[in-house]
Write a protein that binds this ligand. Structure first.
Ligand SMILES: CC(=O)SCCNC(=O)CCNC(=O)[C@H](O)C(C)(C)COP(=O)(O)OP(=O)(O)OC[C@H]1O[C@@H](n2cnc3c(N)ncnc32)[C@H](O)[C@@H]1OP(=O)(O)O
Ligand SMILES: CC(C)C(=O)C(=O)O
Length: 514
């Protein structure tokens, strides 16, 4: 059996299922490009039948990818499978990933099917998919709560119908490393012809065990792992690609398997995803958290000075973090800024770079020290709104103890500038009221508004995060600026742009006030 573990990245499908985590086409193409740089083997680009937008995204990712296999998810339904086939057909290596639940609960309550009907559906769906593409993956949704005897029969049917990859998801994050590993061993042993297929993991993190379960299954013979950058995904998320790849690299002594991941691209990928989705990585997150290579206490610092291996089991460089001696300030030029961005894991296009550089200069004028965290916030902010149809042009706020507070706001709505003055119960309320006047969106609700300082000091940049919901859809927006009110306007408008995309309309629709 091969020692190579294939990485199936589902950031663009399961990752995008995180509430508030939608990506537009341009962002998905950018992520797919970085996933190829990272060396993932398979990119699940979406669920083609879900919407026109998903179909277009899968099709365009399929056209763009040069090395990776591109997959689309599909239910056990002919319309889903045909749509998936049409979307992936331009890929160098197309794959259809079809699934159906096999647990008694899901079959009875959700699918309203008998086990025999589910077996028929597996046979029909995998056979149809195999007629359309040579590479078919079949998943037993909720495998870990399925009856092992039935699961074995279902896998046998899928293999007979032509599936090349058999994925056994822990859909609700219920497994433990022992039970998950045992399931793989048992299925590999008892299902006929199981040596002809690749077994795959797909772990959710409801109990914080997603990576541990994934690794247990690899030890038990799985050779494909489904995972996402930063572990984003439905509910508590999926197993994190970066954690799996580094665990296999660092503990090769006890897990003698390899992946094709280029580990030095990890930081870049992680920052790109948090920048695009607005999901910040928790500081103590393994591998990519801000504190993953930080040492604060004296004994640790003493050890680090003597020999870094006293407290570091991998080098920051191995995950793409490079120590910098570039001090950035208002006298820095483009060359230093470009170098700094590279060190921080960013690769920007020419226009993005120029815009980011101008904003960096403005920031350096306003702020005494420009720290790496400032540049990260600034660039993430730039990446976020490069494609937005609605842009914040000017913000003026009148506030203080003698209300009512007032905001004068100018937005650019698809090339046309609109200015309004609004009042509110505090400056943020006044500002958001002004946005609502220019772009009416009465059906959406502001669920959350959060502010945090990027660095210490009273001249620190504020990073604002906003969660808007409408008809069960949630979107998250982020904005950063030395002025908290400007950051707030940028965050709200960023969320609003995403909401427009989710509604499937272009930003400046008929509902925009004159
Ligand atoms: C575990 C996972 O992550 S699975 C992937 C989850 N991702 C998503 O659902 C995101 C995209 N989903 C969507 O856009 C929509 O749910 C769609 C387009 C797929 C379907 O939309 P709708 O037709 O309106 O159906 P709806 O979402 O209300 O219900 C799902 C239907 O699919 C059925 N279904 C669920 N899984 C499967 C399956 N694997 N095979 C066949 N049918 C299935 C359900 O039983 C239900 O059927 P019913 O309407 O006859 O009761
Ligand atoms: C469709 C499958 C692979 C899935 O996402 C899950 O079971 O969590």
């Amino acid at each position: 059996m091969t020692d190579t573990v294939l990485i199936f990245d589902t950031t663009l499908r399961d990752g995008e299922q995180s509430p508030g985590c939608s990506m537009n086409l341009e962002e998905k193409l950018k992520v797919a490009d970085q996933l190829e740089n990272l060396g993932v083997d398979i990119i699940e680009a979406g669920f083609a039948i879900a919407s026109e937008g998903d179909f277009e995204a899968v099709s365009e990712v399929a056209r763009q990818c040069k090395k990776a296999t591109v997959a689309s998810l599909a239910r056990a339904a002919s319309a889903d499978i045909e749509r998936a086939a049409a979307a992936v057909k331009h890929a160098v290596r197309p794959r259809i990933h079809t699934f159906i639940a096999t647990s008694p609960l899901h079959m009875r309550v959700k699918l309203n099917k008998t086990p025999e009907e589910v077996l028929e559906a597996i046979n029909a769906s995998v056979s149809l998919a195999r007629n359309l593409v040579p590479d078919v993956e079949w998943s037993a949704e909720d495998a870990t709560r399925s009856d092992p005897d039935f699961l074995a029969r279902a896998i046998e049917v899928a293999i007979k119908a032509g599936a090349r990859t058999i994925n056994l998801p822990d859909t609700v994050g219920y497994a433990t490393p022992e039970t998950y590993g045992r399931m793989f061993r048992e299925m590999r042993e008892r299902v006929p012809n199981s040596d002809l297929v690749v077994f795959s993991t797909h772990c959710h993190n409801d109990l914080g065990l997603a990576v541990a379960n994934t690794l247990a299954a690899v030890t038990a013979g799985a050779r494909q792992v489904e995972s996402t950058i930063n572990g984003i995904g439905e509910r508590a998320g999926n197993a994190a690609v970066e954690e799996i790849a580094m665990a296999l690299k660092v503990r090769h002594d006890v897990m003698p398997y390899r992946t094709n991941v280029v580990s030095t691209e990890i930081t870049r990928a992680s920052r790109m995803i948090s920048g695009i989705t607005g999901f910040q990585v928790q500081p103590n997150k393994a591998i990519v958290g801000a504190n993953a290579f930080a040492h604060e206490s004296g004994i640790h610092q003493d050890g680090m000075i003597k020999d870094a291996s006293t407290y570091e089991i991998m080098t920051p460089e191995s995950v793409g973090l490079t120590a910098s001696n570039l001090v950035m300030g208002k006298h820095s030029g483009r060359a230093a800024f470009r170098q700094k961005l590279e060190e921080l894991g960013y690769k920007l296009g020419d226009n993005e770079f120029q815009d980011a550089f101008h904003r960096f200069k403005a920031l350096a004028d306003a702020k005494k020290h420009v720290y790496d965290e400032d540049i990260i916030a600034l660039v993430d902010d730039e990446v976020l709104r490069g494609h937005d149809g609605i842009q914040v042009k000017e913000v003026e706020i009148y506030c203080g103890s003698n209300g009512p507070q007032r905001a004068i706001l100018t937005l650019d709505v698809d090339g046309e500038e609109k200015t309004v003055t609004s009042r509110g119960n505090g400056p943020v309320d006044a500002l958001f009221n002004a946005i609502r006047v220019i772009v009416p969106h009465d059906t959406s609700v502001l669920e959350r508004y959060e502010v945090h300082a990027v660095t210490g000091g009273t001249d620190a940049q504020a990073e604002v995060s906003v969660l808007l919901s409408e008809d069960g859809r949630t979107v998250r927006g982020r904005g950063a600026h030395v002025d908290t009110m400007v950051a707030s306007a940028r965050a709200y408008v960023n969320a609003l742009n995403k909401l427009m995309v989710k509604r499937g309309k272009s930003a400046p629709d008929a509902r925009i006030a004159g």
